[in-house]
Design a protein around this ligand. Structure first.
Ligand code: GLC
Length: 593
């Protein structure tokens, strides 16, 4: 921690190190007994979060359950699916009016009264823990709302708080930053600065104008943020999603993401957590390119986050579906092993858009355009019903849409096309199946388990707005009930995912630290992967096309025993013989006993 603080703050580092250490030790001592017990349990098995028995679920509290006290009525549903980590999107006190889905926080350590109280949160975390579900919450540390007490104090001209933000008066400097810095919302909030009349100055706002970026070059900001993290950890939060972490440090001439100081900051947080609350996990929301995302997991000497989103793989997963070609997905999976003791979060989508701007070079812009066309349904042959996100000249758009809508379920339903409906179901199973096959923690977004479609009424009008609301439906509990009606599509989608999670738990070769090898076949749409643990192998075969394909005998090249059984479908297979993959098929071939 000291080395990281020195890299950040030079001479003043020692004094801040003392203060941070004291705060961490104090928080550790005040930690409720049951959480200290949890810490001890996790210290006995520090890699507990890499186990194949874990699976996560992400939701907005109001859209899933209502208020905090209502959530307990939904725990059975989560357990039935096999969920062990629940990510609840921000419920902290938020800005009045627009709040970026709660990411414009007015108080980081106070539950917004519309959702309940801190006491209820503590109780809920305990109840979830008793049901073996870890509560994950957002830690929105890049910015605060413009009505946060720090921002208000800065607006009143209080000098100390002016230092909490990046105020810039010089327009030439602003132009220089804007020329290189990444623009997150190029259509609805272009640029990175917002005029603050009260100060006669511009403030840095990476996201919406009402979200003011914090200035981590000021050590006091880090100190305050550490204290908040410690408080929340003692409220029972077991895992923090470190929101927008790549943006914490600004440097002129750079794109102001992934700066080396961001990693130093993350090392400080990791050290603090290990001192005060070693049972707690940090999960980096680093939605960046492949080469950068891995750095958020640190290395053996310098640990950073425990987990990070595997955004690069998520992009390749969708691209494989659109292109009918799994080679780049395979290459990404083969090259992307995390450092020992850390893991990836795998996901098909989350509450945000699928951001094509992080596709790899070369060819990014052209491929992104094709993805945008495909998933917006404009490309010939597309089955998708998504929408472009933040289309602006010179910017690479993203895609919005629920999993079901993006894979063709919405259109199949509208057209009452039962064949297309079955294909869409198979695509959902394939997407969920791949994230369950990869090493790491799979996290599913609320509603995808029963195929909820886009909320067309949530699309912004001409006056702008946030088109991500398209894929943030309210839970449809009537539809969820249909999971017990075997003839329904909901039952099929739910049953597929549940089966994946049941089987996954049983297969030690799906542990995050088990081996992964990718093999090429003459068929470009096929992903052929072997997961290996001592005494166990699983052959994963996936077909990203609507064609049936015959694969030549694989047993020799894969170096596996030929007699296999598909643990998902129950069929036997002999890999010494040709093997057939149906459209969008996914096979998990374990040794036949
Ligand atoms: C993260 C959130 C996103 C939000 C942004 C700004 O990327 O996932 O929803 O808009 O941060 O807080």
């Amino acid at each position: 921690m000291r080395a990281a603080l020195h890299a950040l703050y030079g001479e003043s580092a020692d004094a801040w190190a003392e203060r941070i250490l004291k705060a961490a030790l104090r928080a550790g001592r005040c930690r409720p007994a049951e959480l200290q017990e949890l810490d001890r349990e996790r210290l006995r098995d520090p890699r507990w979060f890499l186990g194949q028995e874990l699976a996560g679920y992400s939701c907005y509290l109001d859209r899933f359950a209502g208020v905090l006290s209502d959530l307990r009525r939904r725990v059975d549903y989560l357990s039935e699916l096999g969920i062990r980590v629940l990510h609840v999107l921000p419920i902290w006190k938020r800005r009045c009016g627009e709040s970026d889905g709660g990411f414009a926080v007015s108080d980081h350590a106070e539950v917004d009264p519309r959702y309940g109280t801190n006491g209820e949160l503590f109780e809920l975390a305990g109840e979830l823990r008793a049901r073996r579900i870890s509560l994950c919450m957002d830690f929105v540390m890049n910015h605060v709302a413009d009505d946060h007490p720090w921002a208000l104090a800065a607006q009143r001209g209080e000098a100390d708080y002016g230092e909490f933000f990046h105020f810039i008066g010089d327009e030439a400097e602003i132009r220089a930053f804007n020329a290189s810095a990444h623009s997150v919302f190029p259509a609805t909030a272009p640029g990175n600065f917002t005029w603050v009349p009260a100060r006669g100055n511009w403030v840095w706002t990476t996201f919406y104008p009402y979200q003011w970026d914090l200035n981590y070059a000021n050590p006091r900001v880090l100190f305050e943020i550490v204290n908040i993290l410690l408080k929340l950890a003692n409220m029972g939060v077991e895992m923090f999603r470190l929101d927008s972490i790549p943006y914490l440090w600004k440097r002129r001439g750079s794109d102001c993401r992934n700066q080396p100081e961001v990693h130093e900051l993350l090392r400080v947080l990791r050290a603090v957590v290990e001192i005060a609350a070693p049972g707690v996990l940090l999960m980096a929301e680093a939605i960046v390119e492949a080469g950068e995302q891995r750095r958020y997991l640190g290395d053996a000497q310098n640990r950073e986050a425990h987990l990070a989103y595997n955004n690069a793989q998520m992009l390749e997963l969708w691209a494989a579906l659109a292109e009918g070609d799994a080679r780049k997905l395979g290459a990404q999976a083969a090259s992307g092993a995390p450092p020992a003791g850390a893991g990836w979060v795998h996901y098909a989508r989350c509450h945000d858009e699928i951001g094509w701007c992080n596709l790899p070079e070369p060819g990014r812009a052209e491929r992104a355009r094709r993805m945008d066309d495909f998933f917006s349904g404009r490309a010939p042959g597309s089955f998708s019903a998504g929408q472009s996100f933040e289309s602006a000249p010179d910017a690479i758009p993203g895609t919005c849409g629920t999993l079901a809508s993006l894979v063709g379920l919405e259109r199949a339903r509208q057209e009452s096309d039962s064949k297309a409906l079955e294909l869409a179901r198979r695509r959902i199973r394939l997407m969920h199946g791949i994230i369950c096959s990869m090493p790491g923690l799979p996290i599913f977004f609320m509603g995808d388990e029963i195929g909820l479609c886009n909320v067309r009424s949530a699309l912004p009008g001409k006056g702008g707005g946030d088109s991500r609301n398209l894929h943030r439906p309210a839970m449809d509990w009537e539809r969820a009930l249909m999971r017990t009606d075997a003839s329904s599509i909901e039952a099929a989608i739910w049953g597929d995912l549940r089966e994946l999670l049941v089987r996954r738990r049983e297969l030690s070769c799906l542990h995050a630290e088990a081996g992964l090898e990718i093999f090429s076949t003459p068929h470009h749409p096929v992903l052929c992967m072997v997961r290996r643990a001592p005494g166990e192998t699983l052959v994963v075969l996936a077909n990203f096309s609507a064609e049936s394909l015959w694969l030549a005998p694989l047993a020799d090249s894969l170096r596996v025993s030929p007699l296999r059984v598909d643990v998902l479908g129950g069929h036997r297979a002999n890999l010494a013989e040709p093997c057939c993959l149906e459209p969008y098929d996914l096979l998990w071939l374990a040794p036949a006993s």
